[in-house]
Design a protein around this ligand. Structure first.
Ligand SMILES: Cc1cc2nc3c(=O)[nH]c(=O)nc-3n(C[C@H](O)[C@H](O)[C@H](O)COP(=O)(O)O)c2cc1C
Length: 184
C-alpha cells in the first residue's frame, strides 16, 4: 500500500490507511476520483496541454452532443469493456446514433467532420468492418492485447494484429470492398 503513497497529492497521503478493508490500489483509485469534474474540463485540458481532446466512454447521442458543445475534438464510443456496469448496451448498438449526431453537429456548426473512435468487444476482422461501415474512423482493441501478451508475449500481440488484418481483408473481399473508403 505504501507503494502508492508517493503518488498522492499533498495532504492525501494520510488517506491511505493500513488497516482499511480496501486494498491500497482501491484506496488510491477512490481518492483520485474527482467527483467535481464536469464538462468544463475539456477546454481546460485543451488549454493546458495544447492537445486535441477526445472524450472516451460516450454511449449515447445526448452525451456526444454535450461533449461537442463543450469543445471536444472527437468522440470515443466505448463502454470501457463493460467493466464498470454489466448489462450496459454494446458499443456497436449505439455507434450509429452517435455518428449521426456528430455529423449533425458538424453541419450545424460548419465545422470539419468530427472524428469517431470505437472499441468494445472487437474480436474479428468482420467486427472491424462492421464498425467502419457504421461510421467509426478508427477501431481499437483492448483485452485481446493483454491476453495475447500473457500467452506469447510480443509474438502473441503481433499475431493478434496480423489475424485481425487478414480477417478484415477477407471480410472486405467478400463484401466487394477494395478499400477502407469503400466500406464507408
Ligand atoms: C483491465 C482493464 C482496465 C481498463 N482501464 C480503463 C481505464 O482506466 N480507463 C478507460 O477509459 N478504459 C479502461 N479500460 C477499457 C479499455 O480502455 C477499452 O475501452 C476496452 O478494454 C475495449 O474493449 P475490449 O477489451 O472488449 O476490446 C480497461 C480495460 C481493461 C480490460
Amino acid at each position: 500500500m505504501q507503494n502508492f503513497a508517493k503518488y498522492m497529492n499533498k495532504g492525501q497521503e494520510t488517506e491511505l490507511k493500513a488497516n482499511s478493508k480496501e486494498s491500497g490500489l482501491a484506496q488510491f483509485v477512490r481518492v483520485h476520483k474527482d467527483n467535481n469534474i464536469d464538462w468544463s474540463i475539456i477546454p481546460y485540458i485543451q488549454k493546458h496541454s495544447g492537445l486535441p481532446v477526445f472524450v472516451k466512454g460516450v454511449m449515447c447521442k445526448e452525451d456526444a452532443r454535450i461533449a461537442l458543445d463543450n469543445g471536444a475534438d472527437g468522440i470515443y464510443v466505448s463502454n470501457h469493456g463493460a467493466r464498470q456496469l454489466d448489462t450496459t448496451p454494446a458499443t456497436i448498438e449505439v455507434l450509429k446514433e452517435i455518428v449521426d449526431e456528430a455529423s449533425l453537429f458538424a453541419r450545424e456548426n460548419s465545422t470539419k467532420r468530427v472524428e469517431i473512435l470505437f472499441d468494445g468487444g472487437v474480436r474479428t476482422g468482420s467486427d472491424v468492418l462492421k464498425a467502419l461501415a457504421l461510421g467509426a474512423d478508427t477501431v481499437w482493441i483492448g483485452r485481446p492485447v493483454p491476453w495475447a501478451l500473457s500467452c506469447e508475449g510480443t509474438k502473441g500481440v503481433e499475431n493478434v494484429i496480423r489475424l485481425l488484418n487478414q480477417e478484415l481483408k477477407e471480410a472486405m473481399l467478400k463484401c466487394g470492398c477494395n478499400s477502407i473508403e469503400d466500406i464507408k
